[in-house]
Design a protein around this ligand. Structure first.
Ligand code: SF4
Length: 354
């Protein structure tokens, strides 16, 4: 199975079935989660990310809209005061020029996240509309490797070791295809013992935990492995590390959660050519997956672009019902995927666009 297809299978399964074991949450019984694909930090992007949420916090997060809040907006909404105040008095020193904060206050007000007015001497004042909730409980990062052979496991190991050392996510997993046989112990030897291993069935409708992950110390300082020697006979260089402080990690975790909230895992519809006459969504036990009628198979996100040799726009006659307001079948597919994303984000206003 191609990696893109496998990734969608893992996301669908995670959205339906997470957590994979009853013990994953300790004693917690009520939990919500949102799933996203291909998100991360400047240095590291994960294939699948599961954000385990406080259900009430997740509902309250919806007041801030369907779109993600970036780090500048988070700085504003998390510290916005209950009563009118000059933004420089109200918000913590950002560590960069205040003019950028002022721009973020305007952006936040334009998105109706806070209230803004001109106070004495024309000063920009703000006050909050809602308190930003504490909605993120745990973050789970999953690396997808449908064909986890010995060489793929060796290549993957350094990335996972970096993830474990930094401990930005609470758990790190590898998801691979179930082969019918148990995963070769030799493969597991190359995957760090702290990472969990999941095997996903061929239809994507089920997954099994082969190895349980260790819960990482997300509140402790992390170690960023900047450079590591190859370990060869001629390489006597030392590894280089950086320290990642807990406050930085907490900010990055929230930014990651916001990205997951805003994008989800169905954002492939934003870049693929849903407006091509050959684009369709196939349905099976695992859920919907993009399929190309011209190629007679599931296409990848990268090949489904304007440069695809088989691309043909939807004929205008397909768009006559409601067009140009509602668009053709391609727009219908995008709306369907958006509705599905919203179902996992309770409390969102119908009119609120992501
Ligand atoms: S023909 Fe090309 S652009 Fe059209 S759906 Fe297939 S892969 Fe996508």
């Amino acid at each position: 199975m191609r990696e893109f297809q496998f990734e969608l299978r893992v996301c669908q399964w995670a959205e339906r079935e997470w957590p994979p074991t009853a013990t994953a949450h300790g004693d917690e019984t009520e939990v919500s989660h949102v799933v996203a694909r291909q998100i991360g930090t400047k240095r590291r992007r994960w294939d699948t990310v599961v954000i385990e949420c406080d259900p009430e916090g997740l509902r309250r997060r919806a007041a801030f809209g369907a779109a993600e809040l970036d780090s500048d907006l988070l700085h504003v909404v998390r510290s916005a005061p209950a009563d009118w105040e000059w933004y420089r008095d109200a918000l913590p020193d950002p560590g960069y020029p205040w003019r950028y904060v002022r721009q973020a206050v305007h952006r936040a007000a334009d998105r109706s996240l806070v209230e803004r007015r001109r106070g004495a001497n024309g000063r920009v004042e703000l006050r909050r509309k809602w308190r930003y909730p504490d909605w993120v409980r745990r973050i789970v990062a999953i690396e997808n490797k449908p064909d986890l052979d010995a060489s793929a496991a060796r290549d993957l190991a350094p990335q996972l070791e970096r993830d474990v050392a930094l401990a930005l996510a609470d758990e790190v997993w590898v998801a691979t295809s179930a082969t019918g046989a148990s995963v070769e112990p030799a493969l597991l030897e190359d995957v760090p013992v702290d990472a969990g291993v999941l095997t996903v069935g061929p239809s994507g409708s089920g997954a099994e935990v082969v190895w349980h992950p260790r819960t990482l110390a997300v509140d402790d300082p992390g170690t960023r492995i900047v450079e590591r020697p190859s370990g060869g006979a001629l390489d006597a260089s030392a590894a280089r590390f950086e320290y990642a402080d807990p406050a930085w990690k907490a900010d990055k975790r929230l930014e990651l959660a916001e990205r997951a909230y805003g994008r989800g895992w169905r954002a492939y519809a934003d870049t693929m050519r849903t407006d091509c006459r050959h684009f369709e969504l196939s349905v099976d036990d695992a859920g919907f997956a993009p399929r190309c009628r011209a190629k007679g198979r599931h296409q990848t996100a990268s090949e489904c672009s304007g440069s695809c040799a088989d691309f043909e726009p939807e004929p205008p006659v397909w768009r006559t019902k409601g067009w140009p307001i509602e668009g053709g079948p391609g727009k219908g597919i995008t709306r369907l995927l958006d509705r599905q994303r919203r179902r996992k984000r309770p409390g969102l206003d119908e009119s609120d666009a992501a």
